[in-house]
Every structure is written in C-alpha cells, then in structure tokens.
Design a binder for this molecule. Structure first.
Ligand code: G3H
Ligand code: 13P
Ligand code: ZN
Length: 304
C-alpha cells in the first residue's frame, strides 16, 4: 500500500522509532526489501537515487517499485534519495513518487533554502513529503560526490526548517556514505543530535547509517572481494540515535555488500551454474536477511 513520507514519518516521530529507507537499483533488491518489510509487518521506504535512475531508467524503477507497493499490505513510501537535478525531482513528482529528498547541502544556506522551498511548493500540490539536508554527510557514492563532514548546527537547522517547511531533515552528526565511515572508533555526535531535536521537532534523518556487518564483509572477502578495512555504524549507536530523535534511517552499502557476498559465493562454489536466477536468487535472499535485521533494530516491527 502506497503511503507518503509525511504520513510514515509522523507515526515514527510520535512513537519514537525509525522507518528504514533502503536504496534499490533493480528488481531483486526491491523484492528483498519489500519481502522483509512484509514479513515483519513494518512500514518501509523504498528509495531511488539519481544514480539508480540513470542506471535502470526512471520508468523501469517506477514500475518495479510501484508493483512492490501496490501488491503489499504494508505502508510503503517511494522516495527520491539525494535529488539534486530539478528535472529529476519534477519527473519523480509527476510519476508518482511519494517522498522527495532535495539535497542542497552542497550549496550556500540561502541557495539551499531557496531550492528546497521550490521543491516543497511543487510537492505540496500532490501532498507528498519533502526531506531537506543541512550540513554535509561525508563519503562518496556514484553521483553523491566526495566531501568532508560539516556538522549540522542546531540554530541553522531551526531556521532552515522554518524557512522551507520541509517534512523531514537529514542532518550530519558524524556518519558518511559508503563502507569506510570512520578512521578510528565509530562515533556519532548524539549530544548534537539531541540539541538539534530540541529545536527542530520534525522527523530527523540519518544518512550513511549502514552497519557494514563483519560477517557479511568476511563472506565477501572469503570469496575474493578486496575490501580493506571497512567500518560501519554499530547497532548500539543506531539505537542511541533513534532514542534521540532519528526517525528515518538510510541503508544502501549493507545491501551492496550482501549482494556482492552472495553472488561471489555462488560463482566461487558452483562454477557449473550460469543461470542468472541461481546467481541472483541467493543475493535476494541474503539482502532480505540484512533488511530484516535492520528493521528489527529500528523498532518498526509490527507498525505497518
Ligand atoms: O547516498 C547515496 C546512496 O548510497 C546512493 O548511492 O548515488 O551510488 O546510487 P548512488
Ligand atoms: P550507507 O552508504 O551507509 O548505506 O548510506 C546510504 C545513504 O545514506 C543513502 O542516502
Ligand atoms: Zn545519503
């Protein structure tokens, strides 16, 4: 069942849990996410980045994600992740996405406010929710370019929310995208998060939140992956973040690692296999397990 970002996060904010937002790029990943959410009766956010849209095509992604939402009984949001290109933002709104992130974090405060406000106005017409971003989350992905972490300042967050009217705010409290998040000990600035939440009552969003589970990394490495020393956000810190006001948690890297590990295992242990279904099927199952673990961690089981 399709729902909006605003509705899904309002309940999470009121009851102090987080809704998982999982990045999907193809059918198998999308099915893994929706199957996990259905099994645990949890609301879920299926999100597509601009990179995913460039890879799969916007109409393919719309069709795949729409089938997932419409054939499932649980509240499902179709969300644009890190939208920067106004044409893509407009296309997603027109085609039926029910949540839009406008990422103006690379711009000046004033320009970020101006562009985000424009997106809020466009989204209002369809009554869908908008996530803004203030501060910069570190790391590099496909289209989200490499950058330093600039922590979100509480006063600026308050002003940003008042001026734009966003429904949710992504904040920078020490996480970064990708598999290499921390040089030393993993540390989120929970005190800063609590200060932001005091001033900003709307749902807050944690990006770069993958746990990079050691068992998944070990499995990928056992079958030939060369990953060096990846480091994710420990589950204990995710729990602290939720207690202090995070209501949407983004996960992409953990799904990529699970996909990689499972595909490698089949290729390495069953060299006679060349049927794509026998290669991608186990990856879908493994991703589902990872998503189930995340949903339990986020406290959203049974809320769907
Ligand atoms: O935040 C970034 C997400 O992991 C999406 O990454 O731009 O490579 O699809 P992508
Ligand atoms: P990870 O790289 O930690 O999975 O973060 C994903 C993300 O923030 C997508 O917007
Ligand atoms: Zn992100």
């Amino acid at each position: 069942m399709l729902t909006t970002l605003t509705k899904a996060l309002a309940d999470a904010n009121k009851k102090n849990y987080a809704v998982g937002a999982f990045n999907v790029n193809n059918m198998e990943i999308c099915q893994a996410v929706i199957r996990a959410a259905e099994k645990l009766k949890s609301p879920v956010i299926i999100q597509t980045s601009e990179g995913a849209i460039a890879y799969a095509g916007i109409k393919y992604l719309k069709a795949i994600t729409e089938v997932a939402a419409q054939t499932s009984a649980i509240p499902t949001v179709l969300h644009l992740d890190h939208g920067r290109d106004m044409n893509i933002v407009k296309d997603c709104i027109r085609l039926g996405w029910t949540g839009i992130m406008y990422d103006g974090s690379h711009l000046s405060f004033e320009k970020n406010v101006k562009n985000t406000l424009k997106v809020v106005k466009l989204a209002e017409r369809k009554e869908i929710g908008v996530e803004g971003e203030l501060g910069t989350i570190g790391g590099a992905e496909d289209i989200v370019s490499a950058r330093q972490i600039l922590y979100t300042q509480p006063e600026a967050a308050k002003e940003f929310v008042e001026k734009t009217g966003v429904d949710a705010l992504a904040i920078a409290i020490g996480t970064s995208h990708g598999a290499y998040k921390f040089k030393g000990k993993a540390k989120l600035d929970i005190k800063l998060l609590a200060e932001i939440k005091k001033k900003v009552k709307i749902p807050l969003v944690l990006h770069g939140a993958s746990g990079v589970p050691a068992a998944v990394v070990a499995k990928a490495q056992k079958y030939g992956a060369k990953l060096g020393k990846p480091e994710g956000v420990p589950d204990s810190q995710i729990k602290e973040a939720i207690k202090n006001g995070i209501n949407k948690i983004n996960t992409d890297t953990d799904l990529r690692l699970a996909f990689d590990a499972a595909v490698r295992e089949v290729i390495a242990t069953k060299p006679e296999v060349f049927d794509p279904r026998k290669i991608l099927g186990p990856a879908r199952e493994f991703i589902q397990k990872i998503v189930e673990h995340r949903i339990k961690l986020f406290g959203s089981v049974g809320r769907g």
